[in-house]
Design a protein around this ligand. Structure first.
Ligand code: ARG
Length: 583
């Protein structure tokens, strides 16, 4: 907000001073990293002076003279080799504060041009174990969708579940030969996964079993009634259970268009791509080769083999007529573009699928698709020992188990604290803290790095954790509880103390932070911001009496508390984390 305002004033100053901007250069303002000189800073004069071969300080002075920011800043200085430093006025900060406590969007501006953004996330595979990668995808995708919606985009969330694939050959064979109906009723996902695992192991050991499974798959693909029935039941049971999990996590999808939804589109798509000359037949399969339009190192259809670039085509139809993951993704893109007029499609999927998406995006572009497609990749979650994350029984960890255990641990912690809360209240708090802790542990990480999963760390009340942030929120609320609703905040504000100023400044920056998250699709920027805000709030609270102050000072401080409360709640909400009034 201030950054955008100051940037446009700075640009106007260049025009007013009669300085022509060279092509490709837009002067900008950033939040100062060292606040001794000001709140915002611009190095535009230095960059431009270099290009124009003039004195940077003199140029900065010239811009300063033309800069019209009396309503926003109390001080402008030229420092060092030619930095322009801007210090906001207390009045401008106070004015922002009154916006933050009244505005639905806590002062965060809406995007000028709303886009239609499809967010493809979670997407577990039916009857295959849901791995921790799906946890990351679920939380990151949900948070990014929330942020995009919050700043004014039209967001469509779509769970592209893997409900059609070679695993069904094994599942159907297992269903017919070894399914335990009672176990299926009790926990369908678990039973389907164990059947799949058992058959998979048998097929690995015995070629004959593998052939049977392949046969079942072909029958399914050809529309055999019995196999179709089994498949449908697997999908139904799994989705039913998944929806419960998402419900408990407060995660919603607008659509569940799984892979099978596109089955009928695959044959025409492949035919069309052959016609368009994008695909060719090679050794019986239909594939997309490089078209040589980009440098080999950027070409997803080439692979380096010793000193040579060799073809690495994307297969869209196998020699036996089967279609692949890439084929479905190409059909899915067509659908999202045609039916939803998607301007952007975001794929929140683990880093190992990078090549897949590069190939699919490139193939779609060759078909004339101009929609912006982005693979939002992430690394792995590691166990406390630094190895692949496993449950106590040595299984790969599923979303459900993790959440259940987090809630259980949070419940134990709530019991230990015991402070006049009823069992129901404690259950609710444990649910919020448990869910929040797991989500926050994920979302506070840089998505591209692997991170270690640690129960103790994520549930701690100290440090960069959900309990710490939720507790900061609870503390802001407790002030108002003490006042017993007796307070009406007014616009009579005066920011005088340094601690008030620092907090007001931090609060104002939420407007910028909320937009920055989407530059590189990083919820951890938001998490870090909230953590800093909570810290800043605690320093303010230590330095300034709130309840024991009077008049304008009291109104200002209560407004700071209210604004902090609102920004924390909104910000946590954008991470998919709920708050509680007490804990
Ligand atoms: N089901 C896939 C998996 O588990 C993820 C799907 C991601 N979305 C997509 N459109 N390919 O690996």
């Amino acid at each position: 907000m201030f950054r955008a305002l100051l940037t446009s004033r700075l640009q106007a100053a260049f025009t007013a001073a009669g300085i022509d901007l060279p092509e490709g250069f837009t002067p900008g303002v950033v939040i100062a990293s060292d606040t001794r000189f000001g709140d915002y800073q611009s190095n535009a004069a230095m960059i431009l002076a270099k290009q124009l071969k003039t004195n940077p300080r003199a140029l900065a002075e010239q811009i300063k003279a033309a800069l019209q920011v009396e309503d926003l800043c109390e001080k402008i200085t030229v420092d060092g080799p030619g930095f322009l430093n801007l210090t906001l006025s207390p009045a401008a900060l106070a004015q922002r504060l009154s916006v933050i406590v009244k505005d639905d969007h806590v002062g965060v501006p809406q995007v000028e041009k709303a886009k239609t953004i499809v967010v493809d996330f979670s997407a577990p595979n039916i009857a295959k174990p849901m791995h921790v990668g799906h946890i990351r995808s679920t939380f990151i995708g949900d948070s990014l969708a929330r942020v995009a919606r919050f700043i004014g985009h039209k967001v469509i969330t779509d769970n592209h579940v893997g409900d059609w694939g070679t695993q069904f050959g094994m599942i159907i064979h297992g269903w017919k030969t070894q399914l335990d109906q009672s176990k299926l009723k009790a926990d369908p996902i678990h039973e389907l996964v164990s059947v799949y695992k058992a058959v998979n192991a048998a097929a690995n050991a015995d070629e004959a079993v593998l052939e049977i499974c392949k046969g079942e798959l072909v029958k399914l693909q050809q529309g055999d009634a019995e196999n179709l029935g089994i498949w449908k039941e697997c999908v139904r049971l799994t989705l039913e259970q998944l929806e419960k999990v998402y419900g408990a996590l407060d995660i919603k999808f607008d659509h569940y268009l799984g892979e099978s939804f596109y089955n009928d589109a695959l044959a025409p798509l492949v035919a069309e791509m052959l016609n368009q000359g994008i695909a060719t037949i090679s050794e019986g399969a239909t594939v997309v080769f490089s078209d040589g339009s980009v440098k080999p190192e950027n070409d997803p259809f080439l692979i380096r083999d010793k000193d040579e670039w060799k073809p690495a085509p994307c297969i869209i139809r196998k020699g036996d007529g089967g279609y692949l993951y890439a084929t479905t993704d190409l059909a899915t893109i067509d659908y999202r573009v045609k039916e939803w007029q998607a301007d952007e499609i975001w794929y929140v999927v683990g880093a190992p699928q990078q090549l897949h998406f590069r190939q699919v995006f490139a193939a779609a572009q060759r078909r004339g698709i101009t929609t912006k497609m982005i693979h939002i990749a992430f690394g792995s979650i590691l166990g406390p020992d630094g190895k692949m994350f496993k449950t106590r029984s040595g299984e790969t960890v599923g979303l459900l188990e993790v959440i259940d255990e987090a809630i259980e641990r949070a419940r134990t912690a709530a019991d230990e604290k015991e402070q006049g809360l009823s069992a129901d209240e404690k259950d609710e708090i444990a649910r919020i803290i448990g869910n929040g802790s797991v989500k926050y542990a994920e979302l506070s990480q840089n998505r591209l790095t692997d991170y270690k999963f640690s129960w103790d760390k994520m549930l701690s009340l100290q440090g960069n954790t959900a309990p710490y942030l939720i507790n900061a929120y609870v503390r802001t609320r407790s002030i108002f509880r003490k006042l017993d609703g007796e307070v009406t905040l007014t616009d009579d504000l005066a920011i005088t103390e340094p601690a008030e100023r620092v907090l007001a400044m931090k609060l104002a920056q939420f407007a910028e932070n909320a937009h920055d998250i989407l530059d590189d699709h990083r919820p951890n920027l938001l998490a870090n911001y909230l953590y800093e805000l909570a810290d800043t709030y605690h320093s303010f609270y230590e330095a300034c009496h709130v309840l024991r102050s009077e008049g304008t000072a009291r109104n200002t401080r209560l407004t700071l508390c209210e604004a902090t409360s609102r920004v924390l709640k909104t910000g946590l909400g954008l991470l998919g984390i709920q708050t509680t009034e007490r804990m």
